[in-house]
Design a binder for this molecule. Structure first.
Ligand SMILES: [Zn+2]
Ligand SMILES: [Zn+2]
Length: 197
């Protein structure tokens, strides 16, 4: 199986290029095991003495990864994530309740739609790809870890049509017959990503 290595310097674990298990290691955040590794890398977070977290003298000189506070993609409430404690590696929502709220919007399609918006946002902020944004074919490849959804270029094109009309997704013609998509970051300030699904 093809693998790559996590870009978070204090981690450097191997990550699969495609993960069909529920863990989704390396799938949500390109180049990182999970949300924790991505955030820690971007914020320059390294291991700390556990004593500074707990105040217990027996924890002195135990180096641990500190918790990181992030905001829920649906309700925007802050919550903590931990290194390596994650059964699922995406950690974009604070609770199952918020996950339920997303599904309520459209039980069958809400999750793949959310994923598309999430990956377009990632490509907009991090520019992993040579060109601006991410193309429908690149999105289709990312869905290899989710065979149940049966997503292809065409279904992605259909979903993107709606988001372009709403203005949350912007299309850029980067070459003849090749369109890449970015997210409208200004609109995300008005409403969190998961509420655009
Ligand atoms: Zn990692
Ligand atoms: Zn929430």
């Amino acid at each position: 199986m093809k693998i790559s290595t996590c870009n978070y310097e204090s981690c450097s674990r191997e990550i699969p290029l495609v993960d069909v298990s529920t863990s989704k290691k390396g799938v949500w955040f390109t180049g990182f095991c999970n949300r924790y590794c991505k955030e820690a890398h971007e914020r320059g977070i390294t291991k700390v003495d556990m004593f500074t977290l707990t105040g217990h003298s027996r924890h002195k000189n135990h180096l641990v990864y500190p918790p990181i506070t992030i905001d829920c993609d649906y309700c925007q409430q802050p919550y903590d994530i931990q290194y390596g404690k994650d059964k699922r590696n995406y950690q974009v929502l604070c609770s199952r309740k918020c996950f339920g709220e997303i599904l309520k919007q459209n039980p069958k399609k809400a999750f793949p739609k959310y994923l598309i918006l999430h990956w377009i946002r990632e490509a907009t902020i991090n520019q992993h790809y040579a060109n601006i944004g991410i193309t429908a074919s690149q999105l289709t490849i990312k869905f290899k870890g989710y065979p149940n959804y049966n997503i292809n270029n065409r279904s992605i094109g259909g979903m993107l049509k709606l988001y372009k009309a709403r203005g949350i997704v912007i299309a850029h013609e980067i070459a003849p017959n090749t369109v890449a998509y970015t997210i409208n970051l200004d609109l995300l300030k008005e409403k969190p990503l998961a509420k655009w699904v």
